[in-house]
Every structure is written in structure tokens, then in C-alpha cells.
Design a protein around this ligand. Sequence first.
Ligand code: 13P
Length: 288
Amino acid sequence: MALVSARDMLLKAHKEGYGVAQININNLEWIKAVLEVVKELNSPVILGVSEGAAKYMGGYRNVMAMVRELDAFYNIQQPIAVHLDHGTYEGAFKALEAGFTSIMFDGSHYPFEENLAKTKEVVAKCHSVGVSVEAEVGSIGGEEDGVVGAGEIADPEECRLIAETGVDMFAAGIGNIHGKYPANWKGLDFEVLAEVQRVTNNIPLVLHGGSGIPEDMIKKAISLGVSKINVNTECQLAFAEATRKYIEEGKDLQSKGFDPRKLLAPGVEAIKNVVREKLTLFGSVNKA
Ligand code: 13P
């Protein structure tokens, strides 16, 4: 199936009360792992690509080439969107030009008026070619690929104004953090989430920092309008742990165990397990 914008899959998820996973990809193995699970579980998915990950994979065009060819290789029939994660203003236009089907413009670090003006420009350009747009208000805490956020709680009035730009999905900071959650984490602010959904005219909401959020909070967030949940760290941790185990057990030293196709296989299997778990928890299995 041709790669698609995230718009329709999120509107369907929002209407039917489940979440679509954004799984961030880091290399060829990651893309293969996600596509294999999507096919197996007949689920839609959004492949998240940060600017740092795109650079690592040889640029936006190479990311698109890999995803497009693997999509054809596996004969994927499920909707797949390729989404720029936390895009800068310049990055948004570059990814668009390379064929990304969905763009997040993260203007949360600009003064609000500038975030609003730039979001409007990105929406106009992306919508003219059928590409979906995500905007952010109130930065997400923690660090991801050099993007550092203080973890503010979003101001609902600012959310309303940004939603009016016509964005297709909307990320509001509600106490969520990229990376591991600290032991003293206060949890998600559901009051703000409900208010944000109310003032944004029922637009599908996005929950960043999806790794390590307890299941009951994920389900409650979905019930309050979250339709897209971003997961990166949990896949990375699972991949690293499985790879470390393989090496610590000396398997790379046995026979041809040093062959990367063997050495990386347990890590890939571990990513697949995390993706299976998330698609099941978010409720998107058989929703393609
Ligand atoms: P985690 O790495 O915490 O799962 O967050 C991913 C994310 O929000 C990508 O934008």
C-alpha cells in the first residue's frame, strides 16, 4: 500500500476510541521490525523519524527510500505514515520535499506568536500536498536527540489558537517526559488533557514520551482524546538489553555468531515484542 498521511488513521482512531502508535525508527532493522509486526497484527502505524535519526540514516530521502522499498518488499496492506518527529522549521520543509507523509513542526521553544505564525505556514504548505501536520504547545520534558524540553504544562488558550491553524493532531505537554520517568514522577495531568481536548474542538491529541507510562494512564489518556502515542526509548532499551545478553553469553564467539544478521537478531526480536505489546495496549490491532 502506498504510504499515507496520518490524518485519516488518526480520525478513525479518535472516533473509535483507540490509539495509533508512533514507533520511532533508527535504522534498517527498526523499520523491518515494525513493518513485520504491523503486517502480523493488521494494524496501522506511524514511523517516527527525528532529525537526528534521519541524519544517521543518510538523510530524509534515504529514509523514504528504505521505507518505500521495504513496504513493497513485505507487500504491506496496512496504512503506514512516515512522520518527522520534533521537526525544526527548516527540517519540516526538507522532510516534506523528500516525501514524508506527515510532519511535526515543534515550535514550542519559540515565543508563542512565532510558534503560531510558523505553524500556520507549515500547515498551508503541507496541506497543499495532502501531508498531515502535528503541532506542539508546552514543551515535553527530557531530551530526545538533542531536543531538550523543560516539561511545561500547556496553556489551553494557546492550544486553542494553535488548533485553529488547522493542524491534524496536537501535542500538549501534560507532565509527560521523553526517556525514562523518574521515581518521583507526578503522572499525567488529566485535568489539563480534558481541557485541551475541549478547547481544541475534538482534534486527535498526541502523547509524547509513551515509554514507561503505566497502562491505566495510557487507557485513560486514550479515553480523553489521545489518538497517537509516541514510543522510542522502550524499543531502544529492549534492543540494547537483548544485544548485551547475546554478547555476554559469548554467542558472538561461537561459530558464525559474529555475523551481524545473527548478532542483531535477538535485538530485533526484542523490538518486535515491544511493538506487539504497544499495538495491543493501544487497541490498534486489526484496525488497519
Ligand atoms: P520515549 O522515548 O519516551 O518513548 O518518547 C518518544 C517520543 O515522544 C518521540 O517524540
